[in-house]
Ligand binder design. Sequence first.
Ligand SMILES: Cc1cc2nc3c(=O)[nH]c(=O)nc-3n(C[C@H](O)[C@H](O)[C@H](O)COP(=O)(O)O)c2cc1C
Length: 193
Amino acid sequence: MRAKLRTLEDLCAAAADSSIVLPAADVSRDGPLQGEGAGPVTILFGTESGNAELVAEDLARHLGDRAETRVVDLGELEPGDLDPARVHLIVCSTYGDGELPTNVRGLREQLLSERPTLVGIRYAVLGLGDRSYTRTYSRGSEMIDEALAACGATRIGEYGRHDAGGSSDATEVAREWADGVLAELSVRELVAR
Ligand SMILES: Cc1cc2nc3c(=O)[nH]c(=O)nc-3n(C[C@H](O)[C@H](O)[C@H](O)COP(=O)(O)O)c2cc1C
């Protein structure tokens, strides 16, 4: 029996559910499914000791068969590089006492002091951290999120977090997170048509 999907939340959950077998789609008529067609993807990483970069590179391989992907170090990003035509997936760790990785701090300061207009920029965030830092768990990712939002950019999808002290693998968590973000985006675009 087929259940009716009545709400956007139902549609998003169904799109992210890989156990649901969908009939072959005529994409030209029906549009994209399962995260395809969400647009080109820029994967931005902020890292101190390399984990976020490894995760970003793995994500590029994971998404490479369904999207044009680019991997960029947040430490080298200029706000003008952000592109409304692209989806930005941010993987960023926390260092020190709830700080951004060293080479990402300048970008945050630039965003907060210059306030470039980032309306139309879409980004999702996965914070890498360690839950044993109870007060500052993945706070660095939140700092870059807050700076982008202050400039008018729009966060999309679920806010992801990975606990380095836990048992889950960061690349697995990142893949699941990215699949969910892109599936939700595809469904939203289908609903908006
Ligand atoms: C010196 C140091 C300080 C850290 N401080 C925090 C912190 O305040 N909050 C947090 O959630 N994780 C903290 N972490 C954990 C890292 O964010 C986590 O190990 C992450 O996976 C590192 O990713 P990276 O190699 O990309 O920088 C810290 C780790 C170290 C070694």
